[in-house]
Write a protein that binds this ligand. Structure first.
Ligand code: UDP
Ligand code: MG
Length: 326
């Protein structure tokens, strides 16, 4: 069997501070794997510039001129981490036998790649990088992130606990992933749906080498919400149940009120009336909001806009945007 071609896919958004520090690490890893006779000479480090506003693309271009192992593509504008990653994976799909996706900031331990490839050699098409500890994250980040996984799983979006987007995918798995045409992307939830044999590799997560996280609490909540509503209709079912339970309670309340009326024990309290009105108002608004979220998703999906458009590449290729039109 010939050696597999590995593409390390790295989404980058405003990473001018961190790229000069981490790009060398990725290349060293690639060269070490090559020297160990585990991957082919055609393996590459593929950066995806996600519409950065700083010098990120310039740095990527310079790297690719300096060393032919570096390649880059640039998106026409900022599309967010998930879309940028998909753009990289879909580009690598036709060029590589395996891809490993990793963040640009050096937080994920690149040494876990060796073990990922071992798992691939053992017949796995998907290998998840799972954080064994989160000691370097703040208590708050750890708590919110862990609650995120629990909430996602309870609400029917099954994701691998403590796995972000550091993972190995084989060509077969990438081709499977390409079949999922959804615009609302949540790769962590999609990859398990692609199937194939999978396993996990554990590593310790470090601190960002430079620059700042692009995932503050607000974005994390948005991501959780997106993840849940793209993968599961459980929240809508919960709303139905809530409506059902409230209807039963209301029915009992009506009986109680009628009995009190008949017994002549009426009138005390507008407070209870008001509380009920406020409560119902709140519940209804919340439920309409959740349903609206799904309607919005349908709206976006029906338009079938491209998930990314590649504007530049450091290598030649005729195609210029996500094709595979039906
Ligand atoms: N990223 C991206 N587009 C965005 C935001 C982030 O491509 O709009 C990239 C970013 O450059 C990094 C990765 O996604 O390589 C993860 O982002 P970050 O490290 O900020 O998130 P955290 O690790 O704090 O969750
Ligand atoms: Mg990070």
């Amino acid at each position: 069997m010939s050696l597999p071609i590995l593409y390390i896919v790295i989404p980058c958004y405003n990473e001018e501070e961190v790229l000069p520090l981490t790009s060398g690490m990725f290349l060293d890893k690639l060269l070490a794997l090559k020297a160990a006779g585990r991957i082919s000479d055609e393996s590459r480090v593929l950066f995806v510039n996600d519409g950065s506003k700083d010098r990120t693309w310039e740095i990527i271009r310079q790297l690719s001129e300096k060393d032919s192992h570096y390649e880059g593509i640039s998106l026409s504008r900022n599309r967010g981490h998930q879309n940028a990653l998909l753009a990289g994976l879909m580009t690598a799909k036709d060029l590589a036998d395996i891809t490993i996706s990793i963040d640009a900031d050096g937080q994920d331990d690149i040494n876990a790649m060796d073990e990922m490839i071992t798992e691939y050699e053992a017949g796995c098409d998907v290998v998840y990088g799972v954080r064994s500890k989160r000691t370097t994250d703040t208590w708050f980040k750890r708590f919110t992130a862990e609650s995120f996984y629990h909430l996602m799983n309870t609400l029917g979006a099954h994701v691998v606990f403590n796995h972000a987007d550091y993972r190995l995918l084989s060509k077969r798995a990438l081709e499977g992933l390409a079949e999922f045409r959804e615009v609302n992307l949540f790769l962590r939830g999609l990859v398990p749906l692609v199937g194939f044999r999978s396993s996990s590799v554990y590593y310790e997560r470090h601190e960002r080498l430079a620059g700042e996280s692009h995932y503050p609490l607000k974005k994390m909540i948005a991501l959780a919400f997106d993840g849940i509503t793209s993968l599961s209709v459980k929240p809508i079912r919960l709303i139905t149940w809530l409506g059902f339970i409230i209807s039963i309670i209301s029915f009992i309340a009506i009986v109680v009120v009628l009995v009190q009326h008949i017994l002549g024990m009426t009138v005390h309290g507008w407070s209870s009336t008001l509380v009920a009105i406020f409560f119902m108002g709140g519940v209804q608004l919340l439920c309409v909001g959740v349903i609206g979220e799904y309607v919005g998703k349908i709206y976006n999906e029906t338009k079938r806009r491209p998930r990314f458009i590649v504007s530049e590449r450091t290598f030649d290729e005729a195609e210029n945007r996500e094709t595979e039109s039906d």
